[in-house]
Structures are given as structure tokens and as C-alpha cells.
Write a protein that binds this ligand. Sequence first.
Ligand code: R5P
Length: 305
Amino acid sequence: MRTWSFRGVPRLKIIGGSGGRLLATLVATKLGMKASETEIRRFPDGEKYIRINEDLAGQDVVIIQSIHHQPDELLFEYLLLCDTANDLGAKKVIAVLPYFAYARQDSRFNPGEVVSFRTVTKLIEDVGTSELFSVDMHQHRVERASDLFRIPVHNLTASALLAEYVKANLSLQKPIVIGPDEESEQWASTAAKVIGGDHDVLEKKRLSPDTVEIETRSLAVNGRDVLLVDDIISTGGTIVEASKLLKKQGARRVIVACTHPILAHDALAKIYESGVEVVVGTDTVPSPVSYVSVAPLIADAIKKL
Ligand code: R5P
């Protein structure tokens, strides 16, 4: 069995990039250690400068970088960090990319389009990543994230943590968990087990990057508190359409839980205007609704390395 420490001395270093600094600190604290010091800034011409102030020789190095909001920049930073860690003698580099950008463009939906996900995975593998952890990675067209990579991949889920938070703080009455599309069944069923209710999913058609259509059908939500769960809230279009439908069918309260609160533009305002009472997200993407930390999830996964 592999172990992350030997006689109480950690055999690993934890590095946070600009998209993972706080999470790296929280995870390191949970493991009783300190995150490594890095210097990340820009040269006057705009190029990125990185220095890792730590001896990485012979160590397992965990790089935490959530690739959100400035995905190109944060991805490139990860590549620089990983390459440098290998160059400085790391035994292996383990990527923790809690929000994995570009995963939604995993097919050529229209002729001539980039399959960004494929390019991104190639870059991450080719730079020398040995193993990868993510949280609720978007993988709607495949069964397992590991089918998409040549390196070992672990897709952790925050759905139980989110449901525990909702259960402890929002006193749901006659709860039911609803997912806005078929793919959300996995999170809806986990959340339903935690809060002690049943679950169902809607059927969604995406018409454009910011427009969706949700199938109208009768749901058992009348007079009940609904927990609506999804992996990502980007424009908020999905949640707005789902919440309108649930309200129309008599839902008493609509609470939303999502792993990655990207909340582009005015998404949060639109969601609250549609009748949602509370949105709960995690800190894979820092936001005004990131009430739940995925640090314990990541720390537990690292302990099992
Ligand atoms: C898509 O299939 C995802 O699971 C989310 O439902 C989607 O990314 C949400 O995007 P938006 O907030 O823009 O509707």
C-alpha cells in the first residue's frame, strides 16, 4: 500500500497555483503540513514568472490548480508548474484540478470545431503529470473520466458534502432532489440518500451556449421543498428554466446546490429572480455562494495515495 507519509514525515509537497492557493493551504492544514512557497508573477512584458521555493527532489508533488474564470492562463500556469516540478527532481507530479475547464467541449458538435478537452488532456499528460484528481469533472458523453486519459484519473464528487450542508442548514420539508438533465442523476441520487428523500431528473436540450429548453412533464414536487442539483452553473440558464418549471408545479421552496459555481455575468441574480431561495456551491470556484469546501475531500484522497 502506498502512503503519503513515512513515520509521520510527509513524503509529499503541496503547491497551489493562482487558481488553487487557498485550497492548497486548506488541504495542507488538514494533512498537518504547510503548502510550499511559490512565487508567481509577471515579467514586465506580460509573460509569467514562476519560482518554487522548495526542494522537490524525490518527493511526490501535488499541484492544486482549479482552472476557472481565466482558464487559458491557469492551465498554462499548471503546465509551467508541473514541468518545473519534474525538472526539479519530483518523483511524481499529481495534478489536483478541482474545476476542469474545457471538459464540456469534448466533441466536435459542429464541423470544424476544436475538441478542446482532447487537446487539454494531451497537454496535461505530455508535460509529465503522473496522476490526476478532479471534482465532478464534466463527463456527460462517457461513463468514466478514466476512459479519456492515459494516466490514472480520480473523479471525486462533492454531492454528499453539498447535501450534508443543505441538510444541516436549510431544514427541508418533504424533500425531493431534482437534477436538471439525465447526467445529473448521479448527483441527485447521492444527495437524496443524504437528505433522505426521493429523486428525479428532467430532460434538457441545449439550444445555444446560453439557452436551454427543459421538457415539461409532471413531477412529484407540489408542496415539497426541492433541492435542485447540478455540477456547473455557468450562465444560470439551466437552473433558471428548471426552477421556473418546479415553481409552476407547486414546489414550496427551491434550493440549488452545485459543485462549480462559475456564475458567469449576472447568473446569480437571474437565478434568485427565478424564485430560487438559496444557492450553495463549493470552493472549487471561489464565489459568493461557495459555502462548502472540498478541502476535506481532496485531503482524504491524498491520504490514500
Ligand atoms: C451541462 O450539461 C452541465 O451539467 C450544466 O447543466 C451546465 O453546464 C450549466 O450551464 P448553464 O448554467 O450555462 O446553463
